[in-house]
Write a protein of this length. Structure first.
Length: 209
């Protein structure tokens, strides 16, 4: 329970403060005592590493749920919408600030394999446009995993507008999903992005940095 609360709090605080988010702010938002937090995680880096591992578990679960769907498009759409709702992009600022652990690397590899299987199945069924790659989808999810509108409303305390903002976000998600469907009138511009856009960002920071 505390892990789930911490992960959600971290996503919200990092969305506002980036990699400079403080452990105290995350603990306060999660309703967890800072003392008990430091008894469990010796450093901020250790806490962030744990939170990234938890997030990877959620993304893998979403991908596996998508693969369990018989319809290839429904499976891919389930993964994309679930990953967006999880807030993938909100942890992106942590990239490059913490060392990638063996646990993180193993979970990331499993998640990547599951997403690749979703994409290959959708391509084979002819429902996903041929020029869309797994990296395209991962970058799309990262971009849409954050909602500037919802973040601003949260800062303003405008809970009266939250429902309308969530409905508007669902419409935008649907527009993005339609852009992935086969039969698009124009090809995507430029060459497909490489995986280094992810791997290089997560490279271990220099020890003397």
């Amino acid at each position: 329970r505390n892990d789930r609360a911490l992960l959600q709090a971290a996503r919200e605080v990092i969305a506002m403060d980036g990699a400079h988010a403080s452990v105290a702010s995350i603990a306060a938002r999660a309703g967890v005592g800072i003392g008990s937090l430091y008894r469990r995680y010796r450093t901020k880096e250790e806490l962030f590493q744990h939170l990234v591992a938890l997030a990877l578990d959620e993304y893998l679960q979403a991908a596996e749920e998508g693969l369990a769907r018989e319809d290839p498009w429904e499976g891919l759409a389930h993964y994309v919408t679930s990953a967006i709702a999880l807030g993938t992009g909100s942890l992106a600022p942590v990239a490059g600030t913490v060392e990638v652990t063996e646990e993180m690397a193993e979970k990331n590899a499993r998640s990547d394999q599951a997403v690749e299987a979703l994409v290959e199945r959708a391509h084979a069924a002819g429902v996903l446009r041929r020029d869309v790659t797994t990296v395209d989808i991962s970058l799309l999810i990262e971009q849409m995993g954050r909602s500037p509108l919802l973040e601003q409303l949260a800062k303003q305390g405008r809970s009266d507008l939250t429902e309308a903002a969530l409905k508007a976000r669902a419409r935008i998600n649907a527009i993005a999903l339609d852009g992935l469907r086969a039969g698009a009138p124009e090809p995507l511009p430029g060459d497909p992005p490489g995986y280094e856009l992810f791997s290089e960002r997560w490279a271990a920071p220099p020890k003397d940095a």
